[in-house]
Ligand binder design. Structure first.
Ligand SMILES: *Cc1c(COP(=O)(O)O)cnc(C)c1O
Length: 361
């Protein structure tokens, strides 16, 4: 029996997609060759790449001025690739730091050039997203970077920060909320996401980047580190993660059939409201994030004592509510519920929370 998997990533994938992939691993689309075995230069795979790109454009509503890139190295590789491409010597890049991932992003940029902290919520242990007037861009940054959803701390920007000055591009790590809500792509120079949260398997990164920005990137870099290489070869400069691209295409096909991003957002709101509504009235449990900064994807919460948390987690496991343990930097519990996570799983969690609280009055 499959469990309700609250893992923060790799995470739950749509069941029809997994069933279809099972068949495709053996014999993909009656080609007589499994998807893992197809050449990335063959006509079948070339057609798949075109389909994947079309699906990203259609489902994500991404205009032609943006290139669609399937990158490697995880979202973490973008932490250095972004400054290597766009942070020239003598220039400054600005970062909004709202959790562990923002810290990692600025940490890599610091090794490569000059950075400015435009805002930070570290003082609250990253329980809150700064308001628009708490974002202080430097006078002429080359870009402003932020993390739309902090997976570990469970905080999410309701809207992107105000635009950086001088028309500098906003660059967003959207690893844990891309395509879970409508994306106003025109506000961004670039958005990137590791696939393993809402989009597919780990090891594949989807990036949407304005073509003119890509062209401005440094040419003094190894080939694989320049975005233009990925843009001009449609992510096929070297052997791509073929299975990852296949699965992202299938997941997006599923998103489209389920009603698109609007439907994903409605489900996210339904799931998260069930849990937050319970936490708000609970005397035993409380959320980590401030109410106006809460994530719809990752719900971080604590019980009144560590002993109760341990007991809660052991009981959850026994019920098939898997991977609810929080990250050590926040402690307690974390329920990650991405696009493919069923609303029934959120209901099962709330039922267990309620039962646990009644038993510990
Ligand atoms: C998971 C995650 C990452 C890291 O992704 P990797 O693919 O493991 O490198 C980066 N940023 C955010 C917001 C994440 O959730």
């Amino acid at each position: 029996m499959r469990k309700f998997n609250f893992s923060s990533g790799p995470s739950v994938l749509p069941e029809p997609v997994l069933r279809k992939a099972q068949v495709a691993v053996w014999d993909w689309d009656d080609t007589g060759i499994g998807i893992l075995e197809h050449s990335h230069r063959g006509p079948e795979f070339t057609a798949l790449c075109e389909r994947a790109e079309r699906l990203v454009r259609e489902v994500g509503d991404v205009p032609d001025e943006y290139a669609i890139l399937f990158l490697q190295g995880g979202a973490s590789a973008q932490f250095h690739m972004v400054p290597m491409n766009f942070l020239a010597a003598g220039a400054t890049a600005d970062y909004c730091v709202t959790g562990t991932w923002g810290q990692k992003a600025i940490g890599e940029a610091k090794k490569l050039g000059q950075v400015h902290v435009a805002c930070s919520s570290e003082a609250s242990n990253f329980a809150a997203i700064p308001s628009a007037d708490e974002v202080h861009w430097s006078s002429a940054p080359v870009y402003g970077h932020f993390t739309s959803n902090e997976t570990i701390h469970g905080v999410q920007w309701a809207a992107p920060p105000p635009p950086p000055p001088g028309g500098a591009p906003l660059i967003c790590d959207a690893s844990s909320d891309l395509f879970s809500r409508p994306l106003e792509i025109s506000r961004y120079g670039m958005v990137y996401a590791g696939a393993q949260k809402n989009l597919g398997p780990s090891g594949t990164v989807l990036a949407l980047a304005r073509k003119d920005l890509i062209e401005r990137g440094s040419r003094a870099l190894p080939t694989m580190l320049q975005y233009r290489t990925w843009a001009s070869d449609h992510s096929l400069y070297n052997t791509p993660p073929t299975f990852g691209i296949y699965l992202v295409a299938e997941v997006l096909e599923w998103v489209r059939a389920e009603g698109g991003i609007a439907a994903m957002q409605a489900r996210a709101v339904e799931r998260a409201s069930l849990v937050y509504d319970f936490l708000d009235q609970s005397r035993l449990f409380h959320g980590h994030a401030r109410a106006d900064s809460r994530s719809l994807m990752n719900i971080t919460f604590r019980a009144t004592t560590p002993a109760l948390e341990a007991e809660f987690l052991a009981g959850a496991d026994a019920l098939g509510l898997a991977n609810l343990k929080g990250h050590r930097s926040v402690g307690g519990m974390r329920a990650s519920m991405y696009n493919a996570f069923p609303v029934a799983g959120a209901r099962a969690l709330v039922e267990y929370l309620d039962e646990f609280e009644r038993a510990h009055r």
